[in-house]
Design a protein around this ligand. Structure first.
Ligand code: C2E
Ligand code: CA
Ligand code: CA
Ligand code: CA
Length: 280
């Protein structure tokens, strides 16, 4: 069976040309999907560890392609980044997030926040919408605190003046900044001193085997301790069971997020989920 598997693998390995064609095709499908409003924003709860209160939600883009089914953002976001369609996606996510956070601050919790992912391409865009975003929030009667943005370490490692001043612009508007996937990729920590960051999100790869792997637990504890000493809060991602939650609570992790609480849900389902949680 192993040999057959190997054969099958080499037989179907696409050459570079077909891979490029597939990307091109997906990019075209993505363009019509955006035009036809096939993309949807889902929300996943971010829970305050101590109280169990849902304080925030992360906005995550979803694409259901009628012929192919669900296409993962891990597949189409990189393509959208290189074609520039990421900006239309980012705008859609922002608009939907503002619409819903406005409602949830009225109905669920006055301090409710929505966390929005920004890839480096979006953040570094010459025509970055960030001043537009700040103006739009104001226009909707929302403070910057209604929104968090999630960026990755790589962006800050080779940050030029533009990146730095954009970060300051967000911060001045009250928009809080989180480092996503913290601990993967880079070992330099000096950027934490250089930039005003609000949250670290511990990557799921450290959370996954938390109860079996004592070095993962040590890393989580060290990240949380360091963050707190620097005045940052910590969100752990990928929490799937009560044991992981208990270990993160004992390590004083501020927020937890993962399938244990809920998968990402369409806005109307998330609205229902929030109301039920609030009435308990
Ligand atoms: P991310 O920002 O690290 O998002 C967390 C991913 O983990 C999400 O995958 C989420 O559905 C998944 N997840 C949440 N809880 C659990 C859990 O308990 N177990 C496991 N195994 N997974 C969990 P998703 O939605 O497929 O997104 C993948 C990546 O695509 C995101 O990683 C982010 O980098 C990117 N992405 C998603 N939406 C957007 C967006 O609107 N804009 C941008 N720029 N990137 C996005
Ligand atoms: Ca994220
Ligand atoms: Ca992450
Ligand atoms: Ca990520």
């Amino acid at each position: 069976a192993k040999a057959a598997g190997r054969n099958r693998f080499s037989y179907f390995t696409p050459n570079l040309q077909t891979a490029a064609l597939a990307r091109l095709r997906l990019n075209n499908e993505l363009r019509s999907a955006i035009a036809d409003k096939q993309l949807q924003v889902y929300f996943q709860p971010i829970v305050e560890t101590d109280s169990g209160i849902i304080r925030k939600a992360e906005a995550l883009i979803r694409w259901y392609q009628p012929h192919k089914g669900w296409i993962s953002p891990l597949e189409f976001i990189p393509i959208a980044e290189s074609s520039g369609q990421i900006h239309a996606i980012g705008e859609l996510v922002f608009q939907e997030s503002v619409r819903w956070v406005s409602q949830w601050r009225k109905t669920i919790h006055p301090d409710f926040q929505i966390s929005i992912n920004q890839s480096p391409v979006e953040f570094q865009n010459e025509n970055s919408p960030y001043t537009g975003w700040i103006a739009y929030l104001e226009q909707q009667g929302l403070p910057g605190q209604a929104i968090n943005i999630e960026i990755t370490e790589g962006l800050l490692l080779d940050a030029d003046n533009k990146v730095a001043s954009r970060l300051i612009g967000f911060r001045d508007a009250g928009i809080q900044v989180a480092i996503d996937d913290f601990g993967t990729g880079y070992s330099a920590l000096s950027y934490l001193k250089k930039f005003d960051i609000d949250y670290l999100k511990i990557d799921q790869s450290f959370v996954r085997n938390l109860s079996e792997d004592s070095s993962d637990m040590a890393l989580c504890e060290a990240i949380i301790m360091m963050a707190h000493k620097l005045g940052l809060q910590v969100v752990a991602e990928g929490v799937e069971n009560a044991e992981q939650e208990q270990l993160l609570r004992s390590a004083k992790c501020d927020f937890v997020q993962g399938y244990l609480y809920s998968k990402p849900l369409p806005a109307s389902e998330f609205d229902h989920f929030l109301r039920q949680a609030a009435s308990k």
